[in-house]
Design a protein around this ligand. Structure first.
Ligand code: GP9
Length: 411
């Protein structure tokens, strides 16, 4: 009870900031479409090979959106499903088999739950079977209904790439379904076509890559990312044609890395990119506000758990809410913290990175000064480390004891 009281105060005081901000509620009542892009890292964004843009549509979306190029993934054992959880709940995913499989029946205060209370229709879309990552079960308490999956009666499953319905087809079908959807709506789309081993049908290999890329994981990955980019471009066009674009907050981010550590040498050789842990964890985050015409590139260190607070601030969702992340329109100190076993308590900030040690002791970790690229005195990393360990413990406590909603609702 005492711990709950403390946590309640913590979230209440955190919430005062968005409530007092000038942008709080600026886009109240607008639709929201969030695209969680499968296996999309940030490094291909803006890349050009032999005069061919890898992501021409994402590049042009950035030209009229807010772009956060230093955003980091925060998945745990639930991989794609944990990215969904983190972005929509702003909590650390500490769970033995991923949050959707470990705590599907908890009561949550996720973005769809909060929006539902505000009269939004809230749906999720994923072109794979409903039970993958236990989504069918988990989506009930996450607040998505309906869930458009591969066997949903309103979904056409004739166009398949790899693990499920192609991105092009699912985007197309959703643009059609929006016409009849009760407004305002929130639709969360989890894409699928960019998935290992990144093998596309020959008709979808649109890029003409140099010979040395042929049959390499890197070449196949870039082809897949380019395919996704095309599908996304057509989707945005359709939203514009249906006059939904200016009525909608559109968010797109990557869930986790696609290529893996064993591809590091090949990526360096073909693209000149150092695919170390930090680069591997870096994903794109783009937020297009209704009527936004200008690009705003914000290089602050951000993370997937900042997505929900950013959206809740723009929409003016009433709080307090349980959110460990921060609204990016208000965030002053860059920060991304990690809770997965192998990276637990590692964090990145604009100034310092702390790389946790395997023995778990703070002193045996490494504190790096990002300005100099050199090792710093370990003490420079201590206070942020303490905050992160506290947040991870609080997140774990709330999940294990099913207290997310209770902590806010208790008197
Ligand atoms: C499965 C899809 C992929 O439905 O979300 O999950 P992943 O293998 O990337 O975790």
């Amino acid at each position: 009870k005492e711990q709950l009281g403390k946590l309640k105060k913590k979230f209440e005081s955190k919430f005062e900031t968005p409530a007092e901000s000038a942008i709080f509620g600026k886009y109240k009542g607008k639709n929201i479409i969030v695209v969680q892009a499968e296996s999309l890292n940030a490094f291909p964004i803006g890349m050009n090979i032999n005069g061919q843009e890898i992501t021409p549509n994402i590049d042009s979306l950035i030209e009229s959106s807010s772009y956060y190029p230093n955003t980091y993934l925060q998945i745990g054992r639930g991989n794609t499903s944990d990215a969904e959880f983190v972005a929509n709940n702003s909590m650390y995913p500490i769970a033995a088999k991923g949050v959707y499989q470990t705590y599907p029946d908890n009561k949550y205060l996720s973005l769809p739950v909060a929006l539902n209370k505000m009269g939004y229709s809230t749906s999720a879309t994923h072109g794979n079977s409903a039970d993958f990552w236990n989504r069918q079960e988990a989506y009930r308490e996450q607040g998505y209904d309906p869930f458009y999956h591969i066997n949903h009666p309103e979904i056409d499953r004739s166009n398949i790439i790899g693990m499920g319905i192609s991105d092009e087809s699912i985007f197309n079908q959703m643009a059609d379904l929006y016409k009849e959807m009760e407004k305002p709506f929130y639709n969360f789309i989890v894409t699928l076509s960019v998935h290992r081993p990144f093998e596309l049908p020959i008709e979808q290999l649109y890029l003409d890559l140099p010979a040395e890329f042929k049959d390499t994981p890197t070449g196949n990955y870039l082809q897949s990312v380019h395919y996704f980019d095309r599908a996304l471009g057509s989707f945005i066009e359709e939203l514009k044609e249906e006059n939904l674009w200016d009525e909608t907050i559109f968010v797109m981010y990557g869930d986790h890395y696609g290529l893996v550590p064993k591809n590091e040498a090949e990526i360096k050789k073909l693209l000149g990119v150092t695919f170390d842990e930090k680069e591997r964890f870096r994903i794109p985050l783009i937020i297009h506000h209704p009527d936004q015409e200008k690009s705003q590139v914000n290089t602050i260190t951000a993370s997937q758990m900042d997505i929900y607070p950013t959206i809740s601030t723009l929409l003016g969702i009433d709080g307090p809410l349980v959110q460990f992340g921060e609204s990016l329109d208000l965030k002053k100190e860059g920060f991304a913290g990690f809770a997965y076993e192998t990276t637990r308590f590692t964090y990145f900030t604009d100034d310092y990175d702390y790389i946790a040690s395997h023995d778990g002791r703070f002193e045996s970790g490494t504190c790096m000064n990002n300005r100099t690229g050199k090792k710093a005195d370990i003490e420079a990393c201590r206070s942020v480390y303490n905050k992160l360990t506290n947040d991870i413990q609080d997140s774990k406590f709330l999940l294990e004891n099913n207290m997310v909603r209770k902590v806010i609702e208790m008197k």
